[in-house]
Structure formats: C-alpha cells, structure tokens
Design a protein around this ligand. Structure first.
Ligand SMILES: Cc1ncc(COP(=O)(O)O)c(C=O)c1O
Length: 418
C-alpha cells in the first residue's frame, strides 16, 4: 500500500488544479464587436423600443428562449436580481410566506425580504439535497404564496410534483436554476417546469458572462412584470395602461451588451460544455463506485444531472474516520473537497434579525448533510481530463484503503473536522 501524502508519502496529484475557463476566441470576438459598436448598454428606462435593451440582450433572450423552449426569456444582471424580480412578478407582499430550502446560496432565501415576505425553511432530501416534497406539503398554509425550488448542484428538485402541488394551492413555483442549466426531469428542462425559472451566468456557472442571469417563463403577464421590475417599470405603467402592475417598484437589473454578447456565444456552446462536465462527473462516480461508505452523487430515475458540483455522501460509521480527517487526507493527495456545502441558511444572522420560519428542528436532514455527510468536489471550478479524473478516483481509493492509518490523527485535534 502506498503511503498517504498526509504522512509524507507521494501525493496522488502533485500539480495544482487549473481554474475552469471556457472563454475563448469566439467570446473575445463578440466582446470586441460590441466594443466597436460603441453600444455598451442598449437600455432606456422609458417607453419605447429601448425599454427592451440592446441587440445583444435581445439576441441572447431569443436564443435562450429557443434553447430552453420557453415563450419568454428575460435577461438580468444576476440570478440574485432574477430571484428578486421573480418574487416581485409573482406579487409577493408583506406577510406572504415563501417556502425555501436552507441548503442553497443565500440569495434564494433572502429574496422574499425584498417584498416584505417571510422565508419558510423546509428540509431537503438526503439523496438529491433538494426540497423534500412531503415537508413542503406539510408546511403550506393560507399565507404561502410561492415555493422556491433549488435544483441544487445540477440535479432537479421534484419539479413536476412541486408544480402540481403549487397549482393545486393556486401559488407560484419559482425554480432557482442557477446551478442546473440543461438538467431535465422526465425529459423536461429544469427552469421551465415552474412558473418562472431563474438561471445564473456568474463566473462559476456552466454558461458564464462574469455576472448575469436569465429568467424564463411561458406566462406573458409574468414576463411583462419581470421586464418592468428589470428596468424602472414605474415610468411605463401609464404608457402601457398596466393597472395591475402600478405598485411594482422598478430596479436596474439590466445586463450590459458586453455580457450579453459573451452569453450568446457561451449559449451556443452550452450543450458541448455541459456534456463534457457530465461525462467527467459520471467517470468520477464510476471511479469511486464500490468504496464502502462513499456514496457517489445520486441521479433520480428520469433525471439528467448536470453537475455544477459533484456531491457525494460520506458514511462516517462505515469509513471509520471523521469526514474532516478524510477530507484533509484527500487535500494532501492534491484533491480539494468541501465538507458540507454551506451552513444551513437559517443560521445566518439575518434570519434571526428578521422574521423567518423553520430551523434546525424542522430541517434535520440539512443539519446532517452539512455537519457530517455531504462531501462536495467543485467540478465546476477546475479544468479536468479523463486522466485527472482517474487520479482523483485513485486518491479516494488510496485514502480509503489507508483509513486505519488516519486514526493516528487524533480526533481531539480535529474536533472541528467532523
Ligand atoms: C443556487 C443559487 N442561487 C442563486 C445564486 C445567485 O447567483 P448570482 O451570483 O448570479 O446572483 C447562486 C450563485 O451562486 C446559486 O448557486
């Protein structure tokens, strides 16, 4: 057995991972073309054609709607703006409850506050890390106005069931699809099953423009409201005689022409970029298959997972060493892993300072995933090759096979690494 790197052996991978970068010549040309046009943003927040943004924004929206098969795509300057706009479009008002998962990026759960709404945290499933539908069902009250389902790590939440549940209560389903472009549930694209889907184009995402986002919807009224919120809609209400949208506050959520130009090119390459990511993730899953206590990412039947991250489960009782010690040994082998995605969001001070519902008691699975079971590899963060993926898998095997040695690391000195 080869000696673990954490005890002075040769690491399985001895060169640093190269940061992921899919920006190439076509993106460069698109940016230069936009610079030469002199039009860095095509928006004016007043009635007229420029309310819709410039040619690059409109081209991106049209391509997006085509690829994702939706009637409307509304480009925004981040998924955070997209989530805020989505809840505004759904008419969230003070006191309305919005169901959210606590295992997500904070923007998912703070979005209701923009409209005086109340985030209600509901637990997740242990295998997919997405909302548990039975917990959602049990939490809906007369005050619930929307559910935000996050397709976390690239895997669909139970979207079809959630949409049916939302419809049966006359409430909205918003998909936070920041991490799952081209993922599918029963052949239907994520981001198109809810009333509104929200995508991110930030620098870590599959399709990226530095910062940016897109909202999708099949509902013309929601699309109109999203556009009013995106671009100072208060100036347009009289022009459009849109009585029902009179109270909407317009923001500046406008994407620049430069970002839209990059997005258009990236979108053309999305299928190839995502298929490559998926192939690496599945290769890694096969590579670790059979290691007791390490459960590779689950893909629910009928779903396509597009692997923003590669999240596995760690069974400490089977492996025999704390998760943190295992991760430390993997780091020494040259493989950076995360133990638990983010602390459950209800622990953030803002949710105590403002009104929120649900916490550790209501969300035991989230607590477990964060504190001891979920192990993530940020597959979106690095340039990979089949060879490198095989070395990552070999590092998992090596650390597992030498796990008895790891007991030499005192659990006392690694108490924080459980
Ligand atoms: C699940 C989720 N929702 C929302 C966001 C916010 O995206 P953005 O950075 O585009 O505002 C992110 C970003 O990491 C995310 O992962």
């Amino acid at each position: 057995m080869s000696r673990l790197a954490i005890f002075g052996g040769k690491p399985e991978i001895d060169t640093p991972f190269v940061p992921y970068n899919r920006i190439g010549e076509a993106e460069r040309e698109a940016v230069l073309g936009t610079l030469e046009s002199g039009l860095l943003s095509g928006y004016i927040g007043a009635p007229g054609p420029e309310f819709e943004g410039g040619p690059e924004v409109q081209e991106l929206e049209s391509l997006w709607a085509g690829m994702f098969n939706t009637a409307h795509a509304v480009a925004v300057n981040s998924a955070t703006s997209g989530l805020f706009a989505a809840l505004g479009a759904c008419g969230i008002s003070p006191g309305d409850e919005v169901i959210v998962p606590p295992y997500s990026m904070s923007a998912t759960a703070v979005a209701p506050y923009v409209y005086g709404g109340i985030p209600v945290f509901v637990d997740i499933e242990a295998d997919t890390f997405c909302l548990n539908i039975e917990c959602v069902r049990a939490t809906i009250t007369d005050r619930t106005k929307a559910i935000i389902a996050v397709n976390l790590f690239g895997h669909p939440a139970r979207l079809g069931e959630l949409r049916a549940l939302a419809d049966s209560h006359g409430i909205y389903l918003v998909e936070d699809n920041a991490q799952a472009p081209l993922a599918t549930e029963n052949g239907i694209l994520c981001g198109t099953i809810g009333h509104i889907g929200v995508f991110s184009l930030n620098r870590h995402k599959h399709i990226q423009t530095g910062e940016g986002g897109v909202c999708t919807t099949d509902d013309a009224d929601l699309a109109f409201r999203l556009k009013l919120i995106r671009n100072h809609g208060e100036n347009l209400i009289e022009h459009y005689s849109a009585q029902s949208a009179q109270d909407l506050v317009g923001f500046n959520y406008r994407l620049s022409e430069l970002s839209a130009a990059i997005g258009r090119v990236q979108l053309n390459r999305a299928k190839e970029i995502i298929a490559e990511r998926e192939a690496f993730a599945l290769r890694l899953s096969v590579g670790v298959l059979g290691i007791p206590g390490l459960i590779p990412p689950h893909v629910r039947e009928g779903c396509r997972h597009t692997f923003y991250a590669w999240p596995m489960r760690y069974d400490r009782n089977v492996v025999g060493v704390p998760r943190g010690v295992f991760i430390q040994a993997m780091a020494a082998e040259g493989v950076p892993l995360n133990g638990g995605y983010v602390p459950p969001l209800y622990r953030l001070p803002i949710f105590a300072a403002r009104e929120s519902r649900g916490g550790a008691t209501e969300c035991p699975v989230t607590e477990r995933m964060h504190s001891s079971e979920e192990v993530g590899f940020g597959i979106c963060a690095f340039e990979l090759s089949d060879r490198l993926v095989d070395h990552i898998a070999a590092a998992f095997h090596k650390v597992y096979e030498n796990r008895a040695e790891l007991e030499r690391l005192s659990t006392d000195s690694h108490a924080q690494l459980t």
